[in-house]
Design a protein around this ligand. Sequence first.
Ligand SMILES: Cc1cc2nc3c(=O)[nH]c(=O)nc-3n(C[C@H](O)[C@H](O)[C@H](O)COP(=O)(O)OP(=O)(O)OC[C@H]3O[C@@H](n4cnc5c(N)ncnc54)[C@H](O)[C@@H]3O)c2cc1C
Length: 465
Amino acid sequence: MIEAAGRELGPKAVVTDRAEMEPWLSDWRGRVHGEAPAMLAPATTEEVAAIVRLAARHRVPLVPQGGNTGMAAGATPPADGSAILLSMRRMKRIRIVDPESRRAVAEAGVILANLHDAANAVGMRFPLTLGARGSCTIGGLTSTNAGGTQVLKFGTMRSLIAGVEAVLPDGSIHNGLSGLKKDNRGYSLDQLLIGAEGTLGVVTAVALRLVPAIAARAVAWTGVGSPSDALALLRFLEARSTAIEGFELVPADSLELVLRHVPGTRPPLGGAHPWHTLIEATTVDPRVDIAAEIEALLAVALNQGLAADAVIANNEAQAEAFWRIRDTISEAERAEGQTLAHDISVAVTDMPRFIIDAKAEVERRFPGVIASGFGHLGDGNIHFHVRAGDHASPDWYEAEGAAITRMVDDLVTAAGGSISAEHGIGQLKRAELERLAPPGRIHALRAIKHALDPLGIMNPGKLVP
Ligand SMILES: Cc1cc2nc3c(=O)[nH]c(=O)nc-3n(C[C@H](O)[C@H](O)[C@H](O)COP(=O)(O)OP(=O)(O)OC[C@H]3O[C@@H](n4cnc5c(N)ncnc54)[C@H](O)[C@@H]3O)c2cc1C
């Protein structure tokens, strides 16, 4: 198959050099390692179709990969070298950025930050962003239905996608880029492909919704007494302003870790608080003084005891510094020691209690560990991370990790939540999905997979149990 691909696509599209492939054979966290005899890097949709047809003919599985920033090892090939890596990074053309129709069409390998810049250049904005924006791709974001920090106002990738172009497992091209507002010709292939993690086809381009560029933003940091105070503060702000688009919860110990391990970070507030929130409000109207609006609202909130202290960033550099604290929590945890990450969701109203109760239960059952929940409180989605603590053995992750994760997943399931809020299932959560999902759901996943990919060539061993 590799020779045939070389003949059809030319040498530029075929990488077999081990050193060149090396960075792409392990997942972003460096925990899962795979092997592949080659990495194919098509530059056009037709080349992707040619590769998929070859894969079907030779019965060779393909593992699509974008920026390889995924958190569930979905883009890591199997360790036995039985699959070929399909790098989408050469498909990096932004085909359309049109302020009139408020649409962009970006190929799968376009880096998110580059789409942000292209939209901004025409006075528009693609309103989804996340910490990996300098590396993650539109194809990966689509295939994981990524979320990020602006979901509160704009939703996940799914709500920002107007259509998908993809190569299906039989090598045919599905073109959903026309961006029809109404199209009820039965099952939506576009919707099936969003969040499919490369198991139903290869996303080659995506039509995306744009919104007007921001005229100004206000970024605030508050100290609050508890997650339920934080949620009350969010509800207070939402009831009085439509400008709130980011609301992140940060516990004191996450802030302390960042200050200890990330150079150049400083505490936003003078005093100590058990919990913090990072708030972002934006306006598209240059006449609106958004900082004054948020300042006035926070003054009332402080008076009502919804927050203990608050500060608004004076300038963009300070705003970025506040966001840097939030964005580097995982990095600081890694510098501190072994950490188990869980990306979970429960109903928004249940989240404050879940954060407190789950932390207490996990720390009671596994003495010495430190559990903490941070992140997208307003979406009912937090990153519930469990750190090894000072006295853990070097093999703590391997020895206790699975049992801790089972407990967290059981607590989430008992609360009616999801064991994967935004990171997908990949290979890391497949067994837990099978253990905890209702049989009907598993049956439907398998039936859809088999119907579209009967040969099982699209990213086998991922997502579908
Ligand atoms: C610092 C950091 C912060 C992050 N923050 C967030 C966050 O806030 N919210 C969030 O949701 N995620 C977050 N992530 C996770 C990650 O950025 C997203 O999941 C992103 O969508 C992955 O994009 P990628 O291009 O790197 O995809 P990859 O990691 O390369 O692939 C992810 C999955 O998509 C499949 N895939 C990739 N491209 C295609 C394609 N063209 N066609 C079909 N399948 C494809 C792969 O096979 C794999 O299953 C973060 C990651 C990092 C490192």
